[in-house]
Design a protein around this ligand. Structure first.
Ligand code: CMP
Length: 139
């Protein structure tokens, strides 16, 4: 059993696809172990994307991530980090496979609807960034 962090980004919330994204997880048998809607401050967004702080898109990305509410979720299941990444599709929607969330809803490499942790270490950091132990259910 594995856990990962999923975020429906401000563009996904704006496009009214929260339910659509959640349905794709549940249809695959992935369980939601925690979920909340919040709006990040600039400092909170910078902390979350700390690994990208030297990248040219860092300022734009952290502005975008504070531009509206986001939905953060802990997903649980076997091999869920890789399964979530497969459901999301490539970071750039132009490279994403047919039927993936980003292929269907993303409009931009930055405004790509969802985020998902890419490895067990990043999942642990990202989950703890948003949730304490009492807020996560064992499903
Ligand atoms: P995410 O999976 O959340 O990880 C970093 C984010 O930076 C990425 O999705 C995009 O939203 C954003 N981003 C913007 N430009 C780029 C880029 N050129 N390469 C990778 N990520 C980018």
């Amino acid at each position: 059993m594995e856990r990962t962090l999923s975020i429906i980004k401000p563009d996904g919330v704006q496009k009214n696809v929260i339910g659509e994204v959640v349905k794709r997880f549940e249809t695959e048998g992935i369980k939601i172990a925690a979920m909340k809607m919040i709006q990040l401050s600039k400092i909170q967004a910078q902390g979350f994307y700390e690994v990208h702080k030297e990248r040219p898109f860092f300022d734009s990305l952290t502005d975008f991530m504070t531009s509206g509410p986001i939905v953060v979720m802990v997903l649980e299941g076997d091999d869920v980090i890789a399964r979530n990444r497969k459901l999301m599709g490539a970071t750039n929607f132009k490279d994403a496979e047919e039927g993936t969330i980003r292929k269907d809803y993303a409009t931009d490499i930055e405004k790509n609807v969802v985020h998902g942790s890419d490895a067990p270490e990043t999942a642990a950091f990202e989950i703890a960034y948003f949730f304490n132990g009492l807020e996560i259910q064992n499903r």
